[in-house]
Write a protein that binds this ligand. Structure first.
Ligand SMILES: Cc1cc2nc3c(=O)[nH]c(=O)nc-3n(C[C@H](O)[C@H](O)[C@H](O)COP(=O)(O)O)c2cc1C
Length: 183
């Protein structure tokens, strides 16, 4: 891959919530986890563990524990990010993005599914035997995209309304040298 192709690949990551029933091979899943393991963290504390859920009944239970997590029921796996504490949100985000990019490199789609409110996060911990003191909020649902539209459809099953798609242009978000200096 050229550097331009790599940059385009990185920019092509989208949320996928419509999955096919094609299984994810064990070696692909392990490779995704291996890339995740290498994520950098504050002071290299690596404040995470991961619970990989593939059991269909458990996936359905997890899908009920987030406001917008219905699609987890149809995922091939849900990677539950178990953080040491609520202060590790930034590390959690880095880990999630790495897992998603590694999955995408294998053609596997993904979407973050948040467990909330707090009561639901607590229920998820009970369901998976995660110690109460750990912080669990984000999971990454994985599966091959159902079809070519899957990366362009933002409607979340069971959610009223649609998640907006598209991104702000650089001209709206980047300042040069000083905040607000747009060029
Ligand atoms: C912190 C965080 C929490 C998210 N939680 C959910 C969620 O619970 N359910 C969901 O469908 N998408 C969730 N998403 C995915 C966002 O909706 C998605 O990143 C955004 O809509 C952009 O999607 P796109 O890359 O396909 O344009 C979450 C994303 C982040 C960063």
């Amino acid at each position: 891959m050229t550097s331009n192709q790599t940059a385009r690949f990185l920019g092509s990551l989208r949320a996928v919530r419509h999955f096919s029933d094609r299984p994810i091979a064990d070696d692909v899943l392990r490779d995704i986890l291996e890339v995740g393991r290498r994520t950098g963290s504050s002071k290299n504390t690596q404040p995470w563990e991961i619970v990989v859920v593939r059991d269909a009944v458990t996936l359905t239970r997890l899908s009920e524990l987030g406001g917008f997590a219905g699609y987890v029921a149809t995922a091939q796996a849900d990677i539950v990010l178990v953080m040491d504490s609520a202060n590790n949100g930034f590390d959690c985000g880095r880990l999630a993005e790495r897992l998603m990019l590694a999955a995408w490199a294998h053609g596997v789609g993904s979407c973050i599914a948040s467990l909330f409110p707090d009561d639901n996060a607590r229920r998820a911990k009970e369901l998976l035997g995660i110690p109460a003191a750990r912080w669990v909020r984000q999971t990454v649902a994985l599966g091959y995209p159902a079809d070519e539209k899957a990366t362009r459809v933002a409607a979340v099953p069971r959610m009223t309304g649609v998640v907006p798609i598209g991104r702000k242009p650089l001209s709206e978000i980047v300042s040069w040298e000083r905040y607000g200096k747009r060029s």
